[in-house]
Design a binder for this molecule. Structure first.
Ligand SMILES: C[S@@+](CC[C@H](N)C(=O)[O-])C[C@H]1O[C@@H](n2cnc3c(N)ncnc32)[C@H](O)[C@@H]1O
Length: 213
Protein backbone atom coordinates (compact mmCIF):
# COMPACT_ATOMS: atom_id res chain seq x y z
CA UNK A 1 0.00 0.00 0.00
CA UNK A 2 1.28 3.49 -0.90
CA UNK A 3 0.26 6.25 1.50
CA UNK A 4 0.97 9.12 -0.89
CA UNK A 5 -0.88 9.62 -4.18
CA UNK A 6 1.35 8.16 -6.93
CA UNK A 7 1.98 11.53 -8.59
CA UNK A 8 3.06 13.12 -5.31
CA UNK A 9 5.28 10.14 -4.52
CA UNK A 10 6.88 10.42 -7.97
CA UNK A 11 7.38 14.17 -7.49
CA UNK A 12 9.14 13.51 -4.16
CA UNK A 13 11.42 10.96 -5.87
CA UNK A 14 12.13 13.40 -8.72
CA UNK A 15 13.22 16.05 -6.25
CA UNK A 16 15.49 13.80 -4.20
CA UNK A 17 19.16 13.29 -5.05
CA UNK A 18 19.55 10.20 -7.23
CA UNK A 19 20.95 6.90 -6.03
CA UNK A 20 24.63 6.27 -6.73
CA UNK A 21 25.35 3.91 -9.64
CA UNK A 22 26.17 1.10 -7.17
CA UNK A 23 22.91 1.56 -5.24
CA UNK A 24 20.85 1.78 -8.44
CA UNK A 25 22.43 -1.48 -9.65
CA UNK A 26 21.84 -3.16 -6.27
CA UNK A 27 18.21 -2.00 -6.34
CA UNK A 28 17.74 -3.40 -9.87
CA UNK A 29 19.44 -6.72 -9.10
CA UNK A 30 17.38 -7.15 -5.92
CA UNK A 31 14.13 -6.44 -7.81
CA UNK A 32 15.11 -8.87 -10.59
CA UNK A 33 16.61 -11.80 -8.69
CA UNK A 34 15.87 -11.80 -4.95
CA UNK A 35 12.76 -12.98 -3.13
CA UNK A 36 10.54 -10.28 -1.57
CA UNK A 37 12.28 -7.23 -3.11
CA UNK A 38 9.77 -4.90 -1.46
CA UNK A 39 11.84 -5.38 1.70
CA UNK A 40 14.58 -3.14 0.23
CA UNK A 41 14.43 0.42 1.58
CA UNK A 42 14.57 1.95 -1.89
CA UNK A 43 15.57 5.33 -3.31
CA UNK A 44 13.61 7.81 -1.18
CA UNK A 45 13.97 6.01 2.17
CA UNK A 46 17.59 5.25 1.39
CA UNK A 47 18.32 8.93 0.86
CA UNK A 48 16.50 9.74 4.13
CA UNK A 49 18.66 7.20 6.02
CA UNK A 50 21.81 8.58 4.37
CA UNK A 51 20.74 12.14 5.26
CA UNK A 52 20.12 11.16 8.91
CA UNK A 53 23.52 9.52 9.01
CA UNK A 54 25.26 12.60 7.56
CA UNK A 55 23.46 14.76 10.14
CA UNK A 56 24.42 12.52 13.09
CA UNK A 57 27.98 11.65 11.88
CA UNK A 58 27.87 8.39 13.87
CA UNK A 59 30.86 6.35 14.97
CA UNK A 60 28.85 3.17 15.47
CA UNK A 61 25.71 2.05 13.65
CA UNK A 62 23.86 -1.21 14.26
CA UNK A 63 21.47 -2.48 11.62
CA UNK A 64 19.12 -5.37 12.44
CA UNK A 65 18.08 -6.88 9.09
CA UNK A 66 20.66 -6.50 6.29
CA UNK A 67 18.80 -8.19 3.39
CA UNK A 68 20.80 -7.17 0.25
CA UNK A 69 22.62 -4.32 2.02
CA UNK A 70 20.87 -1.32 0.49
CA UNK A 71 20.09 0.53 3.74
CA UNK A 72 23.47 -0.43 5.24
CA UNK A 73 25.32 1.16 2.32
CA UNK A 74 23.12 4.28 2.57
CA UNK A 75 23.77 4.73 6.30
CA UNK A 76 27.50 3.96 5.96
CA UNK A 77 27.81 7.10 3.80
CA UNK A 78 27.50 9.34 6.87
CA UNK A 79 29.85 7.47 9.23
CA UNK A 80 32.68 9.45 10.80
CA UNK A 81 36.18 8.70 9.42
CA UNK A 82 36.81 5.90 11.95
CA UNK A 83 33.17 4.78 12.01
CA UNK A 84 31.79 1.26 11.52
CA UNK A 85 28.37 -0.13 10.71
CA UNK A 86 27.52 -3.59 12.07
CA UNK A 87 24.65 -5.32 10.31
CA UNK A 88 22.97 -8.61 11.23
CA UNK A 89 20.95 -11.02 9.11
CA UNK A 90 19.78 -14.54 9.76
CA UNK A 91 20.03 -15.40 6.04
CA UNK A 92 23.60 -16.19 4.99
CA UNK A 93 22.72 -16.55 1.29
CA UNK A 94 22.85 -12.80 0.61
CA UNK A 95 26.14 -12.09 2.38
CA UNK A 96 28.33 -12.30 -0.77
CA UNK A 97 26.01 -9.92 -2.58
CA UNK A 98 26.09 -7.48 0.36
CA UNK A 99 29.89 -7.56 0.42
CA UNK A 100 30.31 -7.08 -3.32
CA UNK A 101 27.97 -4.07 -3.40
CA UNK A 102 29.61 -2.58 -0.29
CA UNK A 103 32.86 -2.78 -2.25
CA UNK A 104 31.31 -1.20 -5.34
CA UNK A 105 30.02 1.62 -3.13
CA UNK A 106 33.47 2.09 -1.52
CA UNK A 107 32.24 1.35 2.02
CA UNK A 108 33.42 -2.25 2.42
CA UNK A 109 35.99 -1.27 5.09
CA UNK A 110 33.20 0.33 7.14
CA UNK A 111 30.65 -2.50 7.09
CA UNK A 112 30.85 -5.56 9.35
CA UNK A 113 28.31 -8.27 8.55
CA UNK A 114 27.09 -10.78 11.13
CA UNK A 115 25.15 -13.90 10.16
CA UNK A 116 22.69 -15.35 12.64
CA UNK A 117 19.71 -14.59 14.83
CA UNK A 118 19.89 -10.96 15.91
CA UNK A 119 18.41 -11.76 19.34
CA UNK A 120 21.52 -13.89 20.03
CA UNK A 121 24.09 -11.65 18.30
CA UNK A 122 23.14 -8.23 19.72
CA UNK A 123 24.14 -9.09 23.32
CA UNK A 124 27.62 -10.16 22.09
CA UNK A 125 28.40 -6.76 20.51
CA UNK A 126 30.08 -4.49 23.05
CA UNK A 127 29.61 -1.11 21.43
CA UNK A 128 27.90 2.17 22.19
CA UNK A 129 25.48 2.76 19.32
CA UNK A 130 24.85 6.18 17.81
CA UNK A 131 22.21 4.83 15.41
CA UNK A 132 20.30 1.55 15.51
CA UNK A 133 18.11 0.71 12.52
CA UNK A 134 15.55 -2.00 13.36
CA UNK A 135 14.34 -3.64 10.14
CA UNK A 136 14.04 -7.42 10.76
CA UNK A 137 11.27 -9.71 12.06
CA UNK A 138 8.39 -7.60 13.36
CA UNK A 139 7.59 -9.98 16.23
CA UNK A 140 10.93 -9.09 17.85
CA UNK A 141 10.85 -5.27 17.51
CA UNK A 142 10.07 -4.76 21.23
CA UNK A 143 12.77 -7.24 22.23
CA UNK A 144 15.30 -5.48 19.98
CA UNK A 145 14.40 -2.17 21.65
CA UNK A 146 15.02 -3.75 25.09
CA UNK A 147 18.32 -5.31 23.96
CA UNK A 148 19.77 -2.04 22.66
CA UNK A 149 18.35 0.75 24.81
CA UNK A 150 21.08 0.51 27.47
CA UNK A 151 23.77 0.33 24.79
CA UNK A 152 22.74 3.56 23.09
CA UNK A 153 25.00 6.59 23.31
CA UNK A 154 23.32 9.60 24.94
CA UNK A 155 21.53 11.46 22.16
CA UNK A 156 21.69 8.38 19.93
CA UNK A 157 18.86 7.45 17.58
CA UNK A 158 16.78 4.29 17.20
CA UNK A 159 14.98 4.11 13.85
CA UNK A 160 12.43 1.35 13.18
CA UNK A 161 11.02 0.59 9.74
CA UNK A 162 7.52 -0.57 8.70
CA UNK A 163 5.78 0.72 11.82
CA UNK A 164 2.61 1.58 9.81
CA UNK A 165 2.62 -1.92 8.27
CA UNK A 166 0.65 -0.96 5.14
CA UNK A 167 -1.90 0.81 7.36
CA UNK A 168 -2.84 -2.36 9.26
CA UNK A 169 -2.00 -0.63 12.57
CA UNK A 170 -5.19 1.45 12.27
CA UNK A 171 -7.50 -1.37 11.11
CA UNK A 172 -9.36 -3.87 13.32
CA UNK A 173 -6.78 -6.46 14.42
CA UNK A 174 -7.06 -9.95 12.99
CA UNK A 175 -6.38 -12.11 16.09
CA UNK A 176 -4.06 -14.36 14.04
CA UNK A 177 -1.93 -11.46 12.77
CA UNK A 178 1.10 -11.56 15.08
CA UNK A 179 3.13 -9.06 13.05
CA UNK A 180 0.56 -6.28 13.33
CA UNK A 181 0.00 -7.09 17.01
CA UNK A 182 3.76 -6.85 17.62
CA UNK A 183 4.08 -3.54 15.77
CA UNK A 184 1.13 -2.08 17.72
CA UNK A 185 2.86 -3.15 20.95
CA UNK A 186 6.20 -1.69 19.78
CA UNK A 187 4.70 1.67 18.81
CA UNK A 188 2.91 1.91 22.17
CA UNK A 189 6.03 0.86 24.06
CA UNK A 190 8.09 3.60 22.41
CA UNK A 191 5.36 6.18 22.91
CA UNK A 192 5.17 5.34 26.66
CA UNK A 193 8.93 5.15 27.29
CA UNK A 194 10.28 8.27 29.04
CA UNK A 195 13.85 7.40 28.00
CA UNK A 196 13.15 8.41 24.39
CA UNK A 197 11.59 11.23 22.43
CA UNK A 198 9.96 9.93 19.26
CA UNK A 199 8.34 10.92 15.99
CA UNK A 200 6.53 8.55 13.64
CA UNK A 201 7.35 9.70 10.12
CA UNK A 202 4.70 8.55 7.63
CA UNK A 203 7.37 7.91 5.00
CA UNK A 204 6.96 4.80 2.82
CA UNK A 205 5.74 2.14 5.32
CA UNK A 206 6.36 4.32 8.40
CA UNK A 207 9.64 5.12 10.15
CA UNK A 208 9.66 5.46 13.96
CA UNK A 209 12.54 7.75 14.90
CA UNK A 210 13.51 7.83 18.60
CA UNK A 211 16.09 10.09 20.23
CA UNK A 212 17.57 8.59 23.36
CA UNK A 213 17.49 11.15 26.18
C1 LIG B 1 13.07 -5.92 5.57
S1 LIG B 1 14.49 -6.90 5.32
C2 LIG B 1 15.81 -5.73 5.60
C3 LIG B 1 15.88 -4.70 4.50
C4 LIG B 1 17.10 -3.83 4.53
N1 LIG B 1 17.33 -3.24 5.84
C5 LIG B 1 16.94 -2.74 3.52
O1 LIG B 1 16.35 -1.70 3.85
O2 LIG B 1 17.37 -2.90 2.37
C6 LIG B 1 14.49 -7.90 6.76
C7 LIG B 1 15.68 -8.84 6.92
O3 LIG B 1 15.65 -9.31 8.28
C8 LIG B 1 16.16 -10.61 8.31
N2 LIG B 1 15.74 -11.25 9.57
C9 LIG B 1 14.52 -11.72 9.90
N3 LIG B 1 14.53 -12.22 11.15
C10 LIG B 1 15.79 -12.07 11.63
C11 LIG B 1 16.44 -12.38 12.86
N4 LIG B 1 15.78 -12.96 13.88
N5 LIG B 1 17.74 -12.07 13.00
C12 LIG B 1 18.43 -11.48 11.98
N6 LIG B 1 17.86 -11.16 10.79
C13 LIG B 1 16.56 -11.45 10.63
C14 LIG B 1 15.61 -11.27 7.04
O4 LIG B 1 16.42 -12.37 6.66
C15 LIG B 1 15.63 -10.09 6.05
O5 LIG B 1 16.77 -10.15 5.22
Amino acid sequence: MEFLPEKVDQYAHNHTSPESDALAKLNRETQAKILRPRMLSGHLQGRILAMFSHMIKPKRILEIGTYTGYSAICMAEGLSADGKLHTIDINEELDDMVKSYAQAANVSDKIVTHIGDATAIIPTLNESWDIVFIDADKENYSLYFDLIIDKMSKGGYIIADNVLWSGKVVEPLNPKDEETRSLLAFNKKVQDDARVENVLLPVRDGLMVCRVL
